[in-house]
Design a protein around this ligand. Structure first.
Ligand SMILES: *[C@@H]1O[C@H](CO)[C@@H](O)[C@H](O)[C@H]1NC(C)=O
Ligand SMILES: *[C@@H]1O[C@H](CO)[C@@H](O)[C@H](O)[C@H]1NC(C)=O
Length: 438
């Protein structure tokens, strides 16, 4: 039972042939898209933090402060059954907004709450509200006013909400523009049974409180990607959320399961991303960070994965990384069949304060390893992780590098995995009622 698999070229090979090269999805890579790509790469380069350990350190500092301030509340809150009683915000992100009974009047407060690499994501904070009233998705080129597709292609910043609970079956992938928040608080919002969400060459997006499941491939065709441009798209991958060349993205309190390809993929120079408080179940390839061995541009990738629950019937890739710097902190891994974290192409993986509970079948699913000579210099560290049922993490690289960025004495260790049940207790989409804490 591996927590970690350092994958062998043979295995990768299979990979590369399975994943269609993303660019192919834009059939006409016209001036519009060339321009968007150029701008996106500029923004990604600027967002890249040359001292990523500063960010991991700041993250850990927030968690420490939060736990210190709440130490009088009951500690042994481990169950995930519905909670009755006063509002509990069990981690610093939630504490920032969840227990405000007027959250529906202060929706944009959420934009101040991200921590980790995606902390600059403010979404539509500086824009107007847009209320989605119509769950239909029939016209890909001139979407109807009041639909989610109409909202996400508008040029200006928008904070998108929903009039009531709804199931939106996307006819084709939902191509978003920059400076948007999709805020599903207040009703059960399901994106399900159709295509998924695509962030391609955009910046500054928040996706919050949605159920995303049973996503299928879209057949492609003419789709608007902004109010003044549409183009021919190829078949979409069938990811729940695809982050493609995009920067400053925060995904929080999302419940995801059973998508055709990945639940969340981040590829082609995507960076400054936080994925937090989410709940993942029923899926094989959960998260892919970096799709191609040739995309060295993914060295820019910096992602925080925090307070998530990797739950039932998951198989692998939580995440699977190429290049990049991934802070995996205070997540709960309660189920996997093949491995939890895997990678190739010298990604840096800082695993801190997670709980890894290995599956019971000890004979199952040995991964092939690449020769140690390949991975011995990659920085993969594990601190404060709670290893249960024979789970293990093989560290590699020069650990002193981890401390040297933050000049030794300032290093703040993550809260250990024993705190995880509490920190992740309210993962997934929340049921929020107006006038009550969420
Ligand atoms: C990293 O942290 C150090 C010490 O707090 C600070 O002086 C430096 O400016 C930070 N660097 C970045 C890129 O944030
Ligand atoms: C998004 O908002 C920022 C800050 O207001 C602005 O500089 C940027 O141009 C906006 N992006 C787009 C694509 O409109």
């Amino acid at each position: 039972m591996r927590v970690v698999a350092k994958l062998r070229p043979l295995f990768l090979f299979m990979f590369v042939s399975i994943i269609p090269h993303g660019l192919a999805k834009i059939i006409e890579f016209d001036e519009h898209w060339q321009q968007r790509q150029k701008e996106a790469q500029k923004i990604a380069t600027k967002a890249y933090n040359p001292e990523p350990h500063n960010v991991t350190n700041a993250f850990n500092h927030h968690v420490h402060k939060h736990i210190k301030n709440t130490k009088n509340s009951r500690r042994s809150l481990s169950g995930r059954h519905p909670h009755k009683g006063p509002c509990l915000a069990t981690n610093p992100i939630d504490q920032c907004w969840r227990c405000d009974k007027d959250w529906a009047k202060n929706r944009k407060k959420l934009a101040d709450c991200a921590i980790g690499f995606g902390h600059d994501a403010t979404g539509g904070k500086h824009g107007k509200f847009y209320e989605v009233t119509d769950p239909s998705d029939n016209d890909m080129v001139h979407p109807k006013r009041g639909t989610l597709r109409h909202a996400v292609i508008q040029p200006e910043p928008l904070w998108i909400t929903f009039k009531h609970g709804m199931v939106i079956r996307l006819n084709q992938e939902l191509i978003m523009t920059s400076n948007k928040t999709i805020d599903g608080r207040g009703g059960h919002i399901h994106i399900a049974g159709g295509a998924g969400i695509m962030l391609q060459y955009v910046h500054n997006v928040i996706i919050h409180n949605l159920h995303i499941h049973d996503i299928k491939q879209g057949s492609g065709g003419l789709i608007s990607d902004s109010t003044d441009h549409f183009g021919i798209r190829g078949v979409s991958d069938g990811d729940g959320i695809s982050i493609f060349g995009s920067t400053h993205v925060w995904i929080d309190h999302v419940s995801m399961s059973n998508c055709y390809d990945g639940l969340i993929d981040a590829i082609e120079a995507s960076t400054a991303i936080t994925i937090s408080n989410s709940h993942f179940t029923d899926h094989n390839d959960v998260m892919l960070f970096g799709a191609h061995d040739s995309s060295t541009i993914d060295e820019l990738m910096q992602i925080t994965l925090a307070f998530n629950h990797f739950g039932k019937r998951l198989i692998q890739r939580m995440p699977r990384c190429r290049f990049g710097f991934i802070h995996v902190v205070n997540n709960d891994y309660t189920h996997w069949e093949m491995y939890a974290i895997g990678g190739s192409k010298h990604p840096t993986i800082i695993s801190e304060g997670n709980r890894f509970i290995a599956p019971p079948n000890v004979f199952a699913k040995e991964r092939e390893y690449s020769p140690e000579s390949d991975w011995k210099n990659w920085l993969w560290t594990s601190d404060g992780d709670l290893m249960i049922n024979g789970a293990y993490f093989r560290e590699s690289g020069d650990k002193s590098k981890k401390a040297s960025y933050t000049k030794g004495k300032d290093v703040i260790r993550a809260k250990p995995g024993s705190h995880v049940a509490r920190l992740t207790r309210f993962s997934g989409a929340l049921k929020c009622l107006e006038g009550k804490p969420c």
